[in-house]
Design a protein around this ligand. Structure first.
Ligand code: SAM
Ligand code: SF4
Length: 336
């Protein structure tokens, strides 16, 4: 361990929240174009040099680990299209951390053995519909069959598979029960995510499907006797449930109607090397430039976390939000 950092083993903000979970976005690019994530006009392509190289990702990740990070999730854009991602996974797997990844699963088959060898146990896959044409319309591409085959492959290889479903009114809220029925005989964890506001995604309060609305559908279908609450893991963002006798589970991430800011332990590092201390924060700290200038990153990291707002990056409650209040990047350039 770098002795310079060895006596300062945690990153704690002003509210006493310990930050031990780093989400690294490997790229702003993606092989899908989900309408709620990627603006219709796309994102401005920038010079390669503004983004972290694989070596820089690893160097910076190691500094975070020295400061007490115990879990790293790779995300993006689509992390599995980053050049040298196999090497990044392999090297991060050698660190004393839990390594996880969020992916659209289009390329998962090419990385199964690398992920296994690196000790990755948990894989989050985004899948917003079980209907081929609908999924392909949401993601503006045609990979539904390939993704379903790759989910089967992950299950076959005993990965802990979480399926992220962004629920949007008029788009897929009629599939909530179909997704839950999938858990009856398959060990998947379905996580319904409330639609969140980001630049260019035409968010509107009325388009979200709330925790209450989802649970109402669950009650109507299965009755209160048909399912049970299960224990949520520490710092879990989802409230989790299980149908009686089912193999899998389901949960709801209610970032919009009931954010989980009190127990937030997350730091985000964007593909261009900026720290975002909250998904919804406007402030960013330029870690990559500092790293390239050979500066000490520890004070920059600590100061970024000290200035973290208590809730939603300091934004007003989303109920009062309109698109003009969205002063943030698009999700694809943050890393979900
Ligand atoms: N490409 C990978 C994937 O789709 O899993 C990783 C990046 S993606 C930005 C990470 C997660 O953010 C996905 O599960 C996606 O559904 C979620 N996401 C993107 N935009 C969102 C939004 N507006 N509201 C809620 N979740 C969103
Ligand atoms: Fe790509 Fe994931 Fe965003 Fe969809 S949600 S456009 S797969 S980064």
């Amino acid at each position: 361990m770098d002795t310079k950092h060895s006596n300062t083993l945690s990153i704690i903000d002003q509210l006493g929240r310990k930050h031990d979970y780093l989400r690294i976005s490997l790229t702003e690019r993606c092989n899908l174009r989900c309408f709620y994530c990627m603006p219709e006009e796309g994102v401005q392509l920038r010079e390669k040099s503004v983004f972290m190289t694989s070596k820089e990702v690893l160097d910076i990740a190691k500094i975070f680990v020295d400061l007490g990070i115990t879990k790293i999730r790779l995300t993006g854009g689509e992390p599995l299209i980053k050049k040298d991602v196999g090497k990044i996974i392999e090297e991060l797997g050698k660190l004393p951390i839990e390594l996880a990844i969020t992916t659209n699963a289009v390329n998962v088959d090419q990385f199964i053995y690398i992920l296994k060898a690196a000790g990755v146990k948990s894989i989050n896959v985004s899948l917003d519909s079980l209907i081929s044409d609908r999924f392909n319309a949401i993601s503006r591409r045609g990979y539904f069959d390939r993704i379903m085959t790759n989910i089967e492959l992950l299950l076959h290889h005993d990965f802990d598979v979480k399926i992220n479903v962004v629920v949007i009114k008029g788009t897929n809220e009629d599939e909530i029960i179909d997704f839950i029925n999938w858990t009856k005989h398959t060990n998947v964890n379905i996580r319904f995510i409330e639609f969140m506001p980001f630049n260019g995604n035409n968010w509107d309060w009325d388009k979200k499907v709330s925790y209450q609305e989802i649970m109402h559908q669950v009650d109507q279908k299965y009755g209160v006797e048909g399912y049970q609450k299960i224990q949520d893991a520490e710092n879990d963002t989802s409230r989790n449930y299980k149908l009686k006798g089912s193999e899998g589970t389901f949960g709801i991430i209610s970032s919009v109607t009931n954010p989980f800011c009190d127990s937030c332990n997350r730091i985000r590092l964007t593909a261009d090397g900026k720290i975002k201390n909250c998904l919804f924060s406007q402030e960013e700290s330029d870690l990559l430039s500092a790293h390239r200038n050979k500066e000490d990153l520890e004070p920059i990291i600590r100061s970024a976390i000290t200035s973290k707002h208590p809730e939603r990056g300091g934004n007003v409650a989303f109920k009062d939000f309109t698109t003009k209040d969205i002063k943030n990047r698009s999700m694809i350039t943050i890393g979900g």
